[in-house]
Design a binder for this molecule. Sequence first.
Ligand code: CTP
Length: 489
Amino acid sequence: MASITIRNLDDEVKELLRRLAAENNRSMEEQARVMIRAAVDGQIGPGRIDQIERTLRELTSTHSAATPVAAPAGKILPPGMLSGKRILLIIGGGIAAYKALDLIRRLRERGAAVRVVMTAAAQEFITTLSVGALSADHVYTELFDRNDEHDVGHIRLSREADLLVVAPATADLMAKLANGHANDLASTVLIATDKPVLMAPAMNPRMWAHPATRRNRATLGKDGIGFVGPARGEMAESNEAGEGRMAEPLEIVAAIEALLEAGPKPLAGRKIIVTSGPTHEPIDPVRYIANRSSGKQGHAIAAALARLGADVRLVSGPVSIADPAGVKTIHVERAQEMRDAVEQLLPADAAIFVAAVADWRSENSAGEKIKKVAGEGPPVLRMVENPDILAGVGHHSQRPGLVVGFAAETQDLLRNAEAKLKKKGADFIVANDVSHESGIGPSGVMGGDRNRVRIVSKAGVEEWPEMTKDQVAARLAALIAERLKTTVV
Ligand code: CTP
């Protein structure tokens, strides 16, 4: 569909659009599209048709989609998801800076106040004039500007915000913050703040993949900086593709809402159990049987459910990633411990089994380290089957209203997933191909950051495109929220 430009609408229509968009958590353009579709389908009563006609006439005027939409200074925006929130947006110098204009607009549509700091490089890509028009505020560019009546100083700038957002976050801005540099307004504000920081990286795929950037990303993650993206795809430079595209403005808005806990909470009051990570089955005190699960997908699902308001109990096997924020995490090692922890958490509204539980354990793990004895050859381990935690809960007298399993397969994905659905008493199975041929590389699904899944249920198979594990988690959490709406527990 052609893009829609909302401009010069009369105040009454604009107000209606703003209100409806905020209520439905849509952009104004999306709201307009929904209304137009509804009008065309005859779903809107005659009383509103003239209003829609007027809207249509305005929307089809010939303004370019890139034309900035200035909110009149001092005008109070209607309450939205981000109503009353103050965002300090730091725009770095990259080709993706143009997307920051749309980001400002979308944040303001949702009721946020947006103050902007631009680096010198950012001003090579977009002007302070358009940024100022969109944010309806002064744009801050200099560290020391004694002549500037608007100069509030970097400390106040960084403190008078609920959240700092860096979009686009260039390799340079990431490096500066990771190493504590403060030699311009953007980097100084970032290091002076006591508020959460969210970065939306954007750079050439080679720059993103460079060991220096990887190091900085890891350091910033450890320092508690939030990240959204980058995504994989075509670069602005011709013939360049890969990971490094800035997340889309609406994805950044969703991450901001999540950080500020401003999004909708359809799972409030729901208790959900999630299992994640591998299990370690001891052979002796120093050796164990394990698998390649990193826990990334399970932890991301736990975090996504918590963002939707659920009371999440995560039962995690041994992983090297952090416990997700806002989630009660129980650490276990062996499958039997995981089963016990899960059963103790019942009853619950839903249980999501993401853990890669070891199917077998050594029947008698030795109390002492098994030693090599000359002439005796290797020890023989007798394996016994571990409890199937999902199947146990799927057929439990206290079975949660919604039970979701995963199926990690290297062959016959759908046939195996369908068999697991029946055998384990799950409502649906999230099936993923963990073979080398999955095309998800270089690290693959297990241990990597991306996933491609199919949702297998009695109703059929739904195929989802390749996404980051965080995106899969967000979509799955939304699906679970939808299913719980109609589940009588
Ligand atoms: N699962 C579980 N307890 C087990 C084994 C698996 O709870 N002992 C759960 C997993 O968390 C996942 C689902 O069952 O949600 C399927 O796991 P998977 O390892 O793919 O299947 P298995 O039943 O182990 O079958 P197989 O290894 O033969 O494919």
